[in-house]
Ligand binder design. Sequence first.
Ligand SMILES: Cc1cc2nc3c(=O)[nH]c(=O)nc-3n(C[C@H](O)[C@H](O)[C@H](O)COP(=O)(O)OP(=O)(O)OC[C@H]3O[C@@H](n4cnc5c(N)ncnc54)[C@H](O)[C@@H]3O)c2cc1C
Ligand code: FES
Ligand code: FES
Length: 1368
Amino acid sequence: MGSIQSEQEFSVDDWKSTEIILYVNGVRRVLPDGLAHLTLLQYLRDIGLTGTKLGCGEGGCGACTVMVSYYDPHLKKTAHYAINACLAPLYSVEGMHIITVEGIGNRRHGLHPVQESLAEAHGSQCGFCTPGFIMSMYALLRSSEMPPSEEQIEESLGGNLCRCTGYRPIIDAFRVFAKTDDAMYTKSSASISGGGFVCPSTGKPCSCGENAVNHNGTSTELVTCSNIYQRVSYSDIDGSSYSEKELIFPPELLLRKIVPLSLSGFGGLKWYRPLRLQHVLDLKLRYPDAKLVIGNTEVGIEMKLKNLQYRVLICITNVPELNALSVKDNGLEIGAGVRLTVLLQVLKKVVAECDSHAISSCKAFVEQLKWFAGKQIRNVASVGGNICTASPISDLNPLWMASGAKFCIVDCKGNLRTTLAKDFFLGYRKVDLGHNEILLSIFLPWTRPFEFVKEFKQAHRREDDIAIVNAGMRIFLEEKGGEWAVSDASIVYGGVAPVSLSAPGTERFLIGKSWDQELLEGALETLRKDISLREDAPGGMVEFRTSLTLSFFFKFFMWVAHQMEGKVSLLKGLPLSHLSATQSYHRPPSSGSQNYEVEKSGTAVGIPAVHLSSRLQVTGEAEYTDDTPTPLNTLHAGLILSRKAHARILSIDDSAARSFPGFKGIFLSKDVPGSNSIGAIIYDEEVFASTTVTCVGQVIGVVVADTHENARIAALKVHVEYEELPAVLSIRDALKFNSFHPKTERFMRKGDVEYCFQSGACDKIIEGEVQVGGQEHFYLEPHSTLVWTMDGGNEVHMISSTQAPQKHQKYVAHVLDLPLSKVVCKTKRLGGGFGGKETRSAFIAAAACVPSYLLKQPVKITLDRDIDMMISGQRHSFLGRYKLGFNNQGKFLALDLELYNNAGNSLDLSLAILERAMFHSDNVYEIPNVRIRGRVCYTNFPSNTAFRGFGGPQGMLIAENWIQRVAMELSKSPEEIREFNFQSDGSVLHYGHKLQHCTLRQVWDELNASCDFFKAREEANKFNMQNRWRKRGVAMVPTKFGISFTAKFMNQAGALVHVYTDGTVLVNHGGVEMGQGLHTKVAQIAASAFNIPLSSVFISETSTDKVPNSSPTAASASSDMYGAAVLDACTQIKSRMEPIALKHVHNSFAELALACYMERIDLSAHGFFITPDIHFDFETGTGSPFSYYTYGAAFSEVEIDTLTGDFHTRVADIVLDLGHSLNPAIDVGQIEGAFVQGLGWVALEELKWGDDNHKWIKPGSLYTCGPGSYKIPSLNDIPLKFKVSLLKGVPNPRTIHSSKAVGEPPFFLASAAFFAIKDAILAARQDAGLNEWFPLDNPATPERIRMACADEFTKPLASVNFRPKLSV
Ligand SMILES: Cc1cc2nc3c(=O)[nH]c(=O)nc-3n(C[C@H](O)[C@H](O)[C@H](O)COP(=O)(O)OP(=O)(O)OC[C@H]3O[C@@H](n4cnc5c(N)ncnc54)[C@H](O)[C@@H]3O)c2cc1C
Ligand code: FES
Ligand code: FES
């Protein structure tokens, strides 16, 4: 025990007089008192800097990334780093310089090279993630003394999510900053100095020019582009210098001394920033319940997501004693306030400089920190914050415990005491700290010779994810009498109990034992007793988690033995292939290549032009709904949501809401002026639930208040009494209780299935079941609408983030009882939609329009991410039951299929989605006899809805499952079976459609050659022979996707084109730009039609008062349809202009347009298009519902860790037939984005609902409702080699400019990764003597992979065909 003496009397009153300042983008801003409740993000957006986006509000997406800079007087240096503005308390950055995306460049004064590069490289689709990526990259460059390596660049982007691009173009855009030579970059994409080649895909200098064949004189150009770019450097970009245009660090902040702060916030919140330890202790004495805050990455989440209220926050970031870091003789002393990035830097230095035997713990920490959160979180989160939170899944606490770390604690009187880390954690989020104590520092001892420490972590996603199970293990071996035996051991796990848990029995067992096979077996047996999870343990995955504890120990055993190699052989008798257990994943920089033909038509069609909004998006100037400036009297809406899956509403008590500050009104079903019934196809939903709720998250009413936050909290305060009713919580429940949406049974038939089964023609008949999990859209921009009235409610206008403005118009008119002509909905752009904003945005707009109309005030509603995910529906989960007959050659003869989709509590689009799944149930295979019966299940979940592929992928995945099984039954490869059954021209499908222009075989052959499947197979086999615990798998999967809405009436499109007298053209059409490049392609068509440059065409927005009665932007067909409608309008105008044009006296289009105007020629036209020759009779289940098909195929190679289920995609090779692409760069972007989104669906993203399989979740509630628990692919998940080729020389006779639709078709191709994973598992099972077919549900998460790799560790826990629980 020691003590710290109080230096002087403490008084916070002295702190108040100080001016509180902040620099934002070089502008000095004085902050008033009273804003302690605000985050930096709220402040930035409030002052109009809306370039910084709110994607999740929980540090999980990176959309809010900004750079902070401050002057460190001790180091005499300015530090720069990226942070998540959504978690940073506003006052925590007092005295610092904040740079947002607006601060580094704009279109008027010039883009910053980082912005330029991303725009040119097609790295911005919807653009909502873009400012965050820009700022992460900018901060990396600004903070680097040397140009960063490619690995550093990829690592620095780990905390940024993108749902559109598939990351490849983002990496390529930023890779050019990893300077290795001094070649100068040219900003022009049209030329490059020295005659070099500019990649048409990325707009960057590129070595692919050597491969490019240019057919001069024709309009065809063949482009093969890989991203082995010439390195380029920007002379003005490195950490030390600033270009003329860049904001320098404000001189005032260099001189200004940091001051202590005493401030306040909403609801009596107090905020202190002491600068001395003594003051922290004094404050803690005064406010024993005060929360210390450093990174706020834990406290911020608690306050926002768990609604915890803290009255006093003490920001301890600037307390020197807490930031001390010193290397001592016996170890490392680390202040509790040290940020993780700083810790990592010091540890790396120590590892590089200290004796190798001393740094085993340090190395383990370095490795573990690599996978700790994203860079933005590590930049602010502290060591002490992590320790004191005492999360059972803390990544560091097991390591502190295992490595024998000691914690130094100080109390308010300055008394010091020390405790061992292993004694510090007392229970769930409970530590050995009194109210009057804080953690001062941590001491990490050096390891001794032959003392080994190792870290372990398995998460859903490798990067930026919390652990499912982690561990820290230490062993000290000593030689006694020629034998190496254990003299000390520490085995600690996270994720298996409410605290980080030692395995005491195992530790005891190890002592004195030799490190050999016998020890291993005994230790595993003891471990099983030490670590036991209850069947209903929170978090579920009990078998998987238990298996991980064993796998980790086995890995540790092998690793230690390997470390000892050379000194003594501890691996006697073990084949070398077992060493694969010790290999940890290291990711080399990824690479991609794109291969396509440029078929140029006119001025713009066919060229790989960049997205027209990309420069607006990279500068943060692009406005999304939530960025729209609002009138002063705007109110904010918070939804009152059901907390029960199925219940009668007994009473609603709104008294607490009414007395909440800022409250302006509450509106329930009785207040709806028009109809309370709404729905996408049939009116089976209520705007506000009136008597009964049918899912958790159903809207019961809406509260409006002066701010978003007040509306949110006031809505939470509305108390609803329920009488619970039985709920249907899965497809199986629906089958059991006969719970289906009315009139939704569908049949499709071909041939005679029964006869075939009984005829004896089938050599084999198999039956089985396939479960396909759902998927969250996770568009980066949440649902948002701003609605206002005009003329006292005579008109209603709104701006909405929707794929279907016309649906918003219709819902709002219906709910307010207004004619459609008096309601207008506009949409400028979406931050992603993917089907999630096709219908499910409309009920949110409907809820917001009621208070706006009744109060005659503008109302804005923007959903928080968790609410958005909880209430707005997802991709349908499916259950497929099949019976298949085939012969010994592998020819399919008869398929009898039952398909069920989980629709949720309203019909929405579920029937059409089921129908599309039925249409695609043959994928690309000839099956002479087919019978499919489909049913739409009614369940008590929020209504599921459209999602890229619209049921097609589920139908195809079920087919590919039984194909894989057929292959196993016949001991053939699935690829052989696939190819053997291919459809071709003339094939008649199970709904009577006859195939024409089928390019499947060409696609397949090209892919086969490109991926060299035979060689890949051989190499995977060889690898698998040499590695017992790591396996590789390969697969090739084809697809065929029908293009058209299956509801015939929806296949119509309108457009409005105006030619102005300056020769510019304004286009409006019914389609919505959501990142897919629709406006760019349509503008290209208009530009070519008038033979003018693309820059002369502008598409401003989608608006129901310009083009009426539009279908939602969906079904991939928008470019086809709106392109054709625009062309129709252009053609009309052109024909009117022709008489004047024929005079040939005009030097430009502008002159021609003016001349036409002078001749009183109408320069405006409405264009219209209907898709010809489509029809389908749902009664008979026959017809030709699709205009044509898009064909494609993909190859994947994956590697799995059979002991943990960890996997990565080594290669993805894709070939797609897109006819003559309208814009190959945009199409490549769609393919890559769809593939990575599909990869999420098949391998990463799992929705966990409160159902029979997940009893630890409240019935009907969504557990995975944010990026913290729901993992979409991050940059680290994309294929290491990512190749995309467009099939050449195949014009599509059925569409405009011979192109094909691209949005949905490539999504399913990611199933190649799923089947490659299954192939790898197969190899693992064969090593364990298991050669039979086995089930693998979608998604193949680490849990499913590991449990399917049945071995001696899993066998005591689960059967070899164990299927981990899945919400279906
Ligand atoms: C997106 C995201 C990803 C994450 N990923 C991971 C991950 O991969 N692995 C992981 O382990 N964690 C992860 N976390 C959790 C969190 O980031 C860490 O626990 C972090 O280290 C907390 O540090 P902080 O400084 O932000 O804590 P704060 O939120 O500032 O404080 C946390 C708690 O610690 C207390 N505290 C802080 N310092 C002291 C002290 N000196 N004495 C006494 N009490 C103190 C505070 O009062 C508070 O209760 C993640 C969090 C987020 C938001
Ligand atoms: S909004 Fe801040 S990380 Fe998502
Ligand atoms: S471009 Fe990244 S989320 Fe849309």
